[in-house]
Design a protein. Sequence first.
Length: 169
Amino acid sequence: MTKFLGIALLLVVSVSAQASIDSKSRSKQDKPAVDVAAPFAEQMRAIELDLADGETYSEISAEDKAAAMAALQRIAQKLESSGGVGNLTASEKAAVFNDQELANNILTKAGEDSLLVCKREKKVGSHRTTTHCATVAERRRAADRTQNALRDNTVRFMCGTSGCSTMGN
């Protein structure tokens, strides 16, 4: 009987721990970068600080950074000139919504690509583990380079250094 209670308690604790971990990780990801209903000036200041720190959006390109900042500037101008979201015309609301979506998409993708992932690996022939940390984008680029190198080596192996030629020519 005590074994059964111990197993049941362990199961309940592990399920509740997983639920709390999932709720914490989801709450940060589901939150949009720009929410026009909240005070916009504070959000824009926070985004500018995140862009400047070099960590939160470390994988954002210069073009995407410029596009996101331009969209934020357009939103700020529209909200400032009208006095708030409630005073915008339908076409202005649509333009603000489109700029908000653009900024959210750019910043969300850059944030996901900038996520640092650490992996513990054992080298072949060794029992010592090493930790290798890289951003999602760095891992994607390394995988692409490896695939291209394998593809190039396969072509060289099958065709030689002089290149492939068709039979009968």
